[in-house]
Structure formats: C-alpha cells, structure tokens
Design a protein around this ligand. Structure first.
Ligand code: PLP
Length: 451
C-alpha cells in the first residue's frame, strides 16, 4: 500500500460521496474539516474558527454544545438510546408528542415520527392520499404544488417538489402533480405591478382548486418562504387565502415547516403569522435544535380518526422506519423546547430580526444586488449581472457568482452557502444582534470584493 496522507480530509476524499456535490471537483480542492463547535462558531481541524452562518444547513437553533441539550442526551443515554415503536412505546417520544401538539397550530392533535424532513413530507403525502381513499373519495388523488418547491429528496417528496435541476433526471420515477406558480415578487411574470400586487399567483391557485377540487387530495406548500427555491418570500395573505380556499373546496392543506419551524421566522411556526391551522404539518431540522435526526408529521383528529377500524377493514397506515421515535433524538427535542421556554428565545427574536433588517438595507444600494429578501432570520441576497434588466450572471467555469462570494466569506471567517446566485444567510437563533451585524458586514464586504 502506498504511503497515504491519513488526515480526515484525505480519508473523506478517499471514501465519502457527499450530498449535492460534484465529487470530481471536491476531491481536487482543499476541504475544510470541522472538528468541533462552540456557540455559533464551527472550529476546523487546524483550530480556525468560523461563524456558522447557515446553522449547519438551517438546523442549529441555540448554538453548538448547548449544555442543556448535551446533558439531556447524556441523561437519556444512561437510560436507553433506542427501542422500536413497533409494538412498544417509549417515554421521551410520548412526552415530546404532547408538547408538540401543545405548541403546534390549533387542531393538530396527532404526531407521526420519522427521521428527516423528506420522510416527514413523504408521510404527509401518503397520509393525505390514504385519507381520501378511506373516506370513499377515491378520485381525490392529485397534489397541487408550487413551482420551484423543495420538500426533500425521497421519490415522494421529490414528486411534490419543483426544482428542475434536482428533479429532471428522475422524472420517469415521479408521480405527476398540478403545478401552481410560485409567489415570487422579484421574478413575477404574472403581469402584476409589484407596487399594487393583485396576487395573481394566489388567484391561479384558486382557479385550479375551483376547477379540479374533486380530484385534488391536498395542496403542499412551504409557508411564507420557499427556501431552497432561493429564499422566495410570499406576499402577506398568500397562505391565509390558500387556507380559506382549501377549506372552501374540501382539499387538505399540507404545510411543510421543515425549514421554517422552531422560531426561524420569528414565531414558533410560520403558519402563526397568518393565523393558519393546516390539516397536516411537517417539522424536522430545528426540532432537535440541530442535534440529532428527527422529524414529525402532525395531523388533525379528523384525519387520524379516518384510519381507525378493525383489522379486516384495512385502514392501518402502513408506514414506519427503524428509528421512528428514537428516544435519544426525542430527549434532545424536549431539551430544545425547554430552552425555548426557559431562555424566552421567541421574545429575543424581534431585536435580532430588526438588527438583520438594518444591516441588510445597504445591500440594496449595491451595484450587483438585485433583491434582498428576509423572513425572520431567513435571508437571501440575490446577485445579478445587471440590476436594471435583472439579468443573471452567465456563470463562468464551475463556480457561480454565489460560490465566489461564499468562498470569500469563508476566508473572512463565515460559513455560508449559496443557492445559485442567491446568498443564503440563516444564522443560529442564538446569534446576538451584534454577531448578526458582524456576519452581514462580512457578507457585504465579500459581495463588494467579488462582484
Ligand atoms: N422541506 C423543506 C421545506 C426543506 O427545506 C427541506 C430541506 O431543506 C426538506 C423538506 C427536506 O429535509 P431533509 O433534508 O431533512 O430531508
């Protein structure tokens, strides 16, 4: 065997296949290896520190190595790490279910666990489909989805997604959905004057529901902001109208709070901004404050009750995973909710969101910033080659302009990831207003030096 570099970086390059990554490029370049974390910082194997500007992929809430969560996991380890939920219950999952129902929008009464945002959506889709079958409305099989939606990477969650780059190759494997246009004011092609938005996007949804409600099982939507689409924020009232119409036309509303849940938008769940109570709601990412894989699909008593019956009636929901309701992850989630309560995290958010808003304002004056979008502590800065015509960068070589800016930010001590030419900034909720300002100042300097 030849003499090999046995660093973690080399082992990674020799053995790992990274998600969403062109590995041919990955193995050629120097890669950062994270060895530790502290608060809102990540620390690499060389001891260098970086702000975790995307919360380790939109997950982290209270910072890394949060004592209360570390201790809760250790405490649970002293009892048991895992036992199955097939034929058995466990203590943390039962306690957590009660607390999730208590904080979720009114009407959501039952919790079905899984382990990622994708599986939570997969479950939501299967639940909605089977619900109508059980109700005898067998023609209600269709799902309405928004263009550019992202709901995960399993075949079902990809089917209800709409990002062409990720999904095109899998088209033959997917079920078809009815697409409605994304609410996206900056890119709007529906003919509205943005100053006097008549919300033509919502109207299209209405028309689809009015025409085809007999065959539609559910509308699936990311509330308030479509994250992976490029932080596309929705006009106020969009979700509220959607709820009103889905009720009117007897169609279920599935709200995917995987990215927006657990304080990200300034409230515990994004639905609350619009006073919306969905029929099915998914949550993951921040549920364990970014510690362990866990997800949940919540639904109403009405939907749950439709699945009740004797064995011969075949109403059981046949779905589950090996790690469904994992006690360790549920213990982390319980600790997460305790920190929310004890440290009054939600009450601390308006000052942080305002600090972010103030620091984002100067970006709007920058030559190559087309749009700046913010929903609580979810932010997107869209770079364009020409601001007047909104012409995107053509892209030279393998790197987008977004990549270049993020590389520059990394050199200055901030980890962020772009979505195309949209710079995404999603700091942990634990960031102070000053830290948020400092991180946005790094982004501003990076944009100025690269574009
Ligand atoms: N739904 C939304 C809205 C998301 O943003 C994501 C991930 O970014 C998912 C679902 C998929 O979650 P996971 O990556 O945990 O499978």
């Amino acid at each position: 065997m030849k003499n090999r570099d046995c660093t973690a970086e080399q082992k990674d390059k020799d053995y790992i296949w990274h998600p969403f990554t062109q590995m041919q490029d990955w193995v050629k370049e120097e890669q950062l290896v994270i060895a530790a974390g502290e608060g809102i910082k990540l620390i690499d194997t060389q001891g260098r520190e970086y702000f975790d500007g995307v919360s380790s992929l939109w997950l982290n809430v209270h910072g890394h190595r949060k004592q209360a969560i570390d201790q809760a996991i250790i405490g649970q380890l002293d009892k048991i790490a895992h036992s199955t939920m097939l034929g058995l219950a466990n203590v943390p999952s039962a306690e957590l279910a009660e607390q999730l129902v208590a904080i979720a929008p009114a009407g959501l009464a039952r919790v079905f666990y899984s382990d990622s945002g994708s599986t939570a959506v997969e479950i939501a889709v299967k639940m909605a489909y089977q619900y109508w079958q059980l109700k005898g409305r067998k023609q209600k099989k269709q799902f309405v989805t928004l263009t550019n939606a992202y709901h995960g990477d399993t075949i079902g969650s990809v089917s209800v997604g709409g990002i062409d780059l990720f999904h095109r190759i899998f088209q033959p494997l997917l079920f078809q959905t009815i697409h409605a246009p994304s609410p996206s004011c900056y890119h709007c092609t529906l003919g509205d004057n943005p100053q006097q938005c008549g919300m033509a996007c919502a109207q299209r949804l209405h028309d689809i529901l009015a025409e085809r409600h007999d065959e539609i099982a559910a509308v699936v939507v990311e509330p308030l902001v479509q994250g992976a689409a490029g932080i596309l924020t929705q006009p106020e009232g969009f979700l509220r109208r959607l709820r009103q119409w889905t009720k009117e036309y007897d169609v279920l509303l599935i709200v995917d709070e995987v990215a927006t849940g657990f304080g990200r938008t300034g409230k515990m769940f994004a639905c609350e901004h619009e006073g919306v109570n969905p029929d099915i709601m998914t949550m993951a990412k921040g549920i364990t404050a970014g510690y362990l894989p866990l997800a949940a699909t919540l639904t109403t008593a009405e939907i749950y009750n439709a699945f009740l019956g004797g064995q011969q009636e075949q109403k059981t929901f046949f779905h589950g995973h090996s790690y469904t309701g994992n006690p360790l992850a549920c213990a982390a989630a319980l600790a997460n909710l305790r920190v929310f309560r004890e440290e009054k995290v939600l009450a601390s958010l308006p000052a942080k969101i305002a600090a972010a808003r103030a620091s984002l304002a100067p970006f709007r004056e920058m030559l190559h910033v087309g749009d700046v979008r913010q929903c609580g502590l979810i932010m997107g800065i869209e770079l364009v080659e020409d601001k007047i015509s909104k012409t995107p960068y053509r892209g030279e070589g393998a790197l987008t302009m977004g990549d270049r800016v993020c590389r520059q930010a990394r050199r200055a001590g901030l980890i962020i990831r772009p979505l195309g030419d949209v710079i995404v900034f999603m700091p942990p909720l634990a960031s102070t207003p000053d830290q948020i300002k400092e991180m946005l100042a790094i982004i501003q300097r990076s944009v100025a030096s690269v574009t």
